[in-house]
Design a protein around this ligand. Structure first.
Ligand SMILES: [Fe+2]
Ligand SMILES: [Fe+2]
Length: 199
């Protein structure tokens, strides 16, 4: 609905629930702020990977395909941010640089390391979206934006988990120092999530 101009004025995509507690509002606020930041970072990670591996016949198109999905994710998150009047993170420039750096550096380590980076990031993000989906159960479902928001989060979670599968199918686990690399990237993502929730 967010990408279909036919639904451009539908209350589900233009209004935010008024009958929610301050605590629920705050939870929604930080959830959408971190999601938007995450999709910004994801776009820059793939951009960084493609910068290095763009000419690789096998990895290039795969990365491009995942990036295209991240572009859609970000477009929808930008709309959600405006709809629910969320303050964007002040760290978005940091997220871009960190994302690009992470993507480029892992790609320089090789195709498998780039895939290991994707595997680690998408593991954390898939879980993150899944947790959010459970949290959103407590929101009042009589407002049309709420079921739609849950559909979006569910769809994105599934996309991220598909990226995870793509990475594993493309030998992420053959990356040098795979365990160390994944735990470093995973911890980095978790710290970034906590920072973007708050700032
Ligand atoms: Fe995404
Ligand atoms: Fe992703």
């Amino acid at each position: 609905m967010y990408t279909d101009p036919l639904h451009g004025t539908d209350p589900a995509v233009t209004t935010t629930p008024q009958n929610i507690t301050a605590q629920q509002r705050e939870a929604l606020d930080s959830a959408l702020r971190v999601d938007q930041a995450g999709e910004v970072a994801a776009n820059w990670i793939y951009k960084g990977q493609l910068f290095v591996l763009g000419r690789d016949k096998r990895a290039g198109p795969l990365i491009q395909e995942m990036w295209d999905q991240e572009k859609k994710h970000l477009l929808v998150m930008d709309k959600l941010q405006l709809q629910h009047r969320i303050r964007p993170t002040v760290l978005s420039e940091v997220a871009k640089v960190a994302g690009f750096g992470l993507g480029a550096v892992t790609a320089l380590m090789g195709k498998e390391a780039a895939m290991a980076c994707t595997e680690a990031v998408e593991t954390v993000i898939g879980e993150h979206y899944d947790d959010q989906l459970k949290e959103m159960e407590s929101l009042p479902h009589d407002h049309p934006s709420v079921p739609l928001l849950k559909d979006v989060v569910r769809e994105f979670r599934d996309d991220e988990l598909e990226h995870l599968d793509t990475a594993v199918e493309n030998f992420s686990q053959r990356a040098p120092a795979h365990a160390l690399l994944s735990s470093m990237v995973g911890v980095g993502c978790k710290i970034a999530i906590e920072l973007c929730k708050r700032f």
